[in-house]
Design a protein around this ligand. Structure first.
Ligand code: AMP
Length: 627
């Protein structure tokens, strides 16, 4: 990076992150543990400050020395934070000029430490600055830092001061919802000046925020103007409440079954267990629960997603009510225009019920392509890139630079949207199964010009589960790829017979430089002939296997009805194709595709009589399933 780097920082209540945006697009920086989430926790013991995961995990042992949630104190007076005090484990006292201070008891011969919230935040910012510096290999002096949309002047000023104490110039403070929208490229535009109206729904562990924004692309230093049209929320509503509802359910049931509340040991772990159950239910339909109650036995049950959803429905309802209020408050500004996008922020937006209810409320499929824990930091880095004049990673596309497709049986990629298609682009393809009674599909989405998945770039995968068992080839899987004007790819799968759906979102453009796109294109030309042959072989193997299975089953049942000559020809054709398939599966180069194709055609021709016999049998109500 030639220009002086500007990083993006999400200085959060619970976790903080640092991100950069270059020609590969925005990305967060992870520490040695591999996680980009730095817990916003600082432990002051024996004259030194420990920041992050170690401070958070040591908090129960050092409650009065570990400062958590310091963001709630930034720029506030003691009376203003009185509602938060019961939730803080450390001492807070009044400071000069209507500010507050935290007091950390002295230890190991050190006196008490009295610190401003800015100084504690500076410890966290310094940690993030060092993380970025060791990643980039250069000094970092400037940052774009995000703040809640409702932060007032004093709170913003306190954030700037914290940055200065950490040796960082806060070149911009950006509202968190605006950053989340920017991470998706909303509000940035190559030439189009139409304002975009965006709702940002942010549901974390302990807080909920809804913001309705207007982003107007412009020119010059600031590539857009943003206006906050409405905000709403609840500072004490979040995923933690869901954990407590589940834990309460378990507690009640344990009491009903054993006649006594759970022993303190079991009770303590209940909330942690409840959170694990909740997280599992975002991915699975059920979660098993097993608690050893000691002498009272074992508490065992399965929590189904439906049960969890009815448990948390009132919580989700409360957030939706706030969304409706915010929409009503913004109505005059929106003047009947509908929203262009809904962006999800915060770990709790991974809950499927939350996604469904938000989609219903706003009548829009929300953006989920970016990690909801990282989206604010990513957006801050996009703003940083814009300010530093390096917009290569934030440019919006007018065409899709690399083809997009899905992996098929045998490892080939079926392209669904072709390279150079104009954005927005949409395409639908039909697929089916290759084995009987398949109740789930794995859908792996790839980008690139080569024919085999192993030579393309994997963008992600998802599963369509819960299909009723059907013979191979009967399910009708409709796969839709949609790249919208912001370059977000949505892939959705619908099995038409059962109505089951699943979907995922990604931003294909992130993580690749324009040079890499060029290289991928060149390689596809070099390998074109070989790739085509391999793709053809792989497809021929898959289709031959289906034929061999179908014809083989019928041969076993009805071959006695064939003439001896027909039977012999058919058996020879099956043996020949089986042999070629086995050889091609072991080494695709060992069989010319034309040979395989001819052997398959020969089998198809030789099986005509068998097919007639089998159809006649099924019309007579024979035992074979339709197929
Ligand atoms: P945040 O404050 O944004 O870090 O969000 C933290 C909250 O998200 C906690 O309540 C977590 O339990 C919750 N969370 C994280 N991952 C998931 C998930 N996969 N499903 C449901 N909730 C989650």
């Amino acid at each position: 990076m030639s220009r002086e780097p500007i990083v993006g920082i999400d200085l959060g209540t619970t976790n903080s992150l640092v991100a950069i945006c270059d020609a590969r697009g925005p990305r967060t920086i992870s520490d040695r543990s591999g996680s980009p989430l730095v817990p916003s926790a600082v432990t002051y013991t024996q004259g030194s400050a420990v920041v992050g995961a170690d401070a958070r995990s040591g908090a129960p042992a050092h409650p009065r020395h570990t400062i958590l949630s310091v963001k709630r104190l930034m720029g506030r007076s003691l009376p203003e934070v009185s509602a938060d005090l019961p939730f803080l484990s450390y001492a807070v006292e009044p400071g000069p000029r209507g500010t507050c201070r935290v007091r950390i008891p002295g230890d190991a011969g050190n006196a008490d430490l009295v610190l401003s919230p800015e100084e504690v935040s500076a410890s966290i910012l310094r940690h993030l600055k060092q993380l970025a510096e060791s990643h980039l290999g250069t000094e970092v002096r400037k940052a774009v830092i995000t703040v809640p949309a409702y932060f007032d002047d004093a709170q913003r000023q306190a954030t700037r001061t914290a940055a200065r104490l950490a040796g960082l110039e806060a070149v911009r403070l950006v509202p968190e919802p605006t950053a989340a929208a920017l991470a998706y490229g909303l509000g940035l535009s190559a030439g189009d000046r139409t304002p975009r109206h965006v709702a940002v729904y942010d549901l974390g562990g302990g807080t909920f925020d809804i913001s309705i924004l207007r982003l107007t692309p412009a020119e010059g230093d600031d590539p857009f103007f943003f206006q906050v049209l409405a905000v709403g929320g609840d500072t004490r509503l979040g995923g933690d409440d869901a954990d407590h509802l589940i834990a309460d359910l378990f507690r009640r049931e344990i009491q009903d079954r054993t006649g006594a509340p759970p022993a303190p040991d079991a009770a303590r772990g209940l909330v942690t267990l409840a959170e694990q159950v909740k997280v599992r239910l975002s991915e699975h339909d059920t979660a098993p629960v097993r608690i050893d109650l000691g002498p009272s036995g074992v508490y065992e049950r399965t929590l189904a997603r439906e049960e969890f959803e009815s448990l948390i429905a009132p919580l989700v309802d409360r957030t939706i009510d706030r969304c409706r209020q915010a929409l009503a408050a913004a109505a005059a500004e929106l003047r009947g225009k509908s929203l262009d996008a809904v962006v999800l922020v915060g770990g709790s937006t991974r809950i499927p019920l939350v996604r469904r209810r938000v989609a219903e409320c706003f009548n829009l499929e929300p953006y989920t392509a970016l990690d909801p824990d990282q989206v604010v930091a990513l957006g801050a880095s996009v703003q940083a890139a814009v300010l530093s004049g390096d917009r290569s990673g934030t440019l919006l596309l007018d065409v899709i630079p690399l083809s997009l497709g899905v992996e098929t049986v045998g490892g080939a990629v079926a392209k669904v949207i072709m390279r150079n298609s104009p954005v927005p682009a949409r395409a639908t393809e039909m697929f089916s199964t290759s084995v009987d009674n398949q109740t789930a599909f794995r859908l792996a989405v790839f980008q690139g010009e080569r024919e085999m998945a192993s030579d393309c770039r994997k963008l992600g995968e998802f599963h369509l589960r819960g299909l009723p068992p059907m013979p191979a080839g009967i399910p009708q899987l409709e796969l839709t790829f949609l790249v919208d004007a912001n370059g977000v790819l949505g892939v959705s799968a619908l099995e038409r017979r059962s109505g089951r759906r699943a979907s995922m979102q990604v931003i294909p453009n992130h993580g690749l430089t324009p040079e890499e796109v060029d290289r991928i294109e060149r390689e596809s030309v070099t390998h074109a002939r070989e790739d085509m042959t391999r793709h053809r072989i792989v497809d021929l193997i898959a289709n031959s296997n289906l034929d061999l299975k179908w014809i083989g089953e019928r041969y076993d049942r009805f071959s006695h009805e064939l003439s001896p000559a027909d039977r012999e020809t058919l058996a020879a054709c099956m043996a020949r194709l089986r042999e070629l398939v086995a050889r091609a599966s072991a080494d695709w180069k060992s069989v010319p595709p034309d040979d395989l194709h001819q052997a398959k055609e020969a089998l198809d021709r030789a099986s005509v009589r068998l097919q007639e016999i089998s159809i006649a049998a099924s019309l007579r109500g024979g035992p074979l399933r339709p197929g």
